[in-house]
Design a protein around this ligand. Sequence first.
Ligand code: CP
Length: 315
Amino acid sequence: MKNLLSASELSRDDIVRILDTANEMSGVNDREIKKLPTLRGKTVVNLFFEDSTRTRISFEVAAKRLSADVINFAAKGSSVSKGESLKDTAQTLEAMGADAVVIRHYASGAAHTLAHSGWINGAIVNAGDGTHEHPTQALLDAYTLRESVHGHAALGKGLDGLRVAIVGDIAHSRVARSNLTMLQALGAEVHLIAPATLLPGALASRASSFSYSLDESIACHHFDAIMMLRVQSERMSASFFPSEREYSKIWGLNAERLSRLGENTRVMHPGPMNRGLEIDATSADSKNSLVLRQVANGVSVRMAVLYELMAGGAQ
Ligand code: CP
């Protein structure tokens, strides 16, 4: 693998191999000295044109645990704010010897543009491009589900037959797009639930089922996991639902809905959470919640991705 741009470019075998490598990396993260020499002498650039907490920090931690040098580049405070183009920024990084560039950009397709431009020779990792894709989030979500279902016997396994509901602002969610593809590649059923205005037909037609009613879906299906999505107000140029109060009442996960889900239904959220909007505190902090496991596993999964791309995990 030269780059990681989208979930759709990974076969089931690719995904399972990366999850198995992440499993090995998690052993390093449990050690007193959390370091491997694998990427010594290599440089990873985190090129972030959009805000991030989890993804940027976990890529930085992952690269450092593999002994790479890390350069953190945020568009705010850089020459991008003086009008410098993506091309000139990329060529500057190339001149400084970047072996891999982890890019987050507000424009869908930015990671593909960088990968196919010839401006950079190193590996390109898509850390979220507009509303398009966030493949490492889908990998860490799959890893977290696999760990929760199979525990120590997870190696080599997929998510066959698992029923996963993805709920909320699907239209603006790169997490939903990458997860739909990746969870299905691993054999899971994916059910999409959203207000009609936030559920694109092209995605609904690919799901095992789709619904505009969370309550009806909970009554009709047993979900092994429910993945709540952030309402991405910053990407909305119009009103997609009447009010935040009504959104949380109709589509939000709360203690009452949680009690109607299965006793073992896992609660997931990619973060950052709008507590009180798409998820309430009882659900986010419940014993069923995997939210903090998702964050912790992000480091192991991103170590596996950097290993795969920079140390020739698989050619
Ligand atoms: N899930 C996710 O991408 O979070 P950040 O925006 O904090 O990186």
